[in-house]
Design a protein around this ligand. Structure first.
Ligand SMILES: CC(C)(COP(=O)(O)OP(=O)(O)OC[C@H]1O[C@@H](n2cnc3c(N)ncnc32)[C@H](O)[C@@H]1OP(=O)(O)O)[C@@H](O)C(=O)NCCC(=O)NCCS
Length: 175
């Protein structure tokens, strides 16, 4: 494993990068405070810009962590206008990474989540040395399953709460 923490990653349309405290207001307004965008995630637990700012402070403390079970959060910024359109994350479970993402409703169905997920997988497998990635989503959230399948994940069953679990091996990603 080559732990690098939360690094900057680039795709054709997106930059995945560390959150800055100055991101809090726009991130809260466009994503966290939108009930539709956060209906399947815990982001809706943050009830104000100040709470988001505190969360970002915590995330920033973990950016360089190499410890087991650490969660790494990336702001997903659109290159053409510099707006944050979502968040993507992974939890370091040693050789295994647990992925999650959440995008602002007005940007759904433009391929952004798939583009960001594919880039994060490439980083985790090619640069950081993870050998497997996992993700879970609510059974009501079909778009999330579509993103995971597009990125090469396979459905592996349900968790104890009925959530759909997916996984991908590094060797299958590179096939
Ligand atoms: C799930 C989510 C991340 C998708 O983001 P996105 O940027 O719209 O994703 P993409 O545009 O890359 O792909 C969406 C796919 O879902 C499909 N889709 C959209 N709505 C759908 C629905 N109701 N049922 C089935 N598939 C659907 C789209 O057709 C597309 O697949 P395709 O390219 O094969 O046609 C976004 O909707 C979101 O943030 N949801 C709330 C949070 C969340 O659910 N996070 C995932 C848990 S980890």
């Amino acid at each position: 494993m080559t732990h690098k923490g939360t690094v900057t990653l680039e795709t054709e349309r997106l930059i995945l990068r560390r959150f800055e405290l100055s991101d809090a207001e726009q991130f809260y307004r466009d994503i966290v405070n939108d009930a539709k965008a956060v209906q399947y995630s815990s982001l809706g637990d943050y009830k104000s810009v100040d709470e988001v700012r505190l969360a970002i402070e915590t995330w920033r403390e973990r950016f360089c962590s190499t410890e087991f079970d650490t969660s790494h959060q990336f702001a997903v910024e659109k290159k053409d206008d510099g707006v944050i359109i979502g968040i993507i994350s992974y939890i370091d479970l040693s050789d295994n990474a647990l992925l999650g993402c959440n995008f602002g409703f007005k940007w759904w169905n433009n391929g952004f989540a798939s583009e960001a997920t594919d880039r994060l997988l490439r980083y985790l497998f090619a640069e950081a040395g993870f050998f497997r990635a996992e993700a879970e989503h609510s059974p009501n959230n079909s778009a999330s399953g579509a993103v995971l399948r597009k990125c090469g994940f396979t459905y592996i069953g349900d968790n104890e709460y009925g959530g759909n679990r997916y996984a991908i091996l590094a060797e299958d990603y590179f096939e």
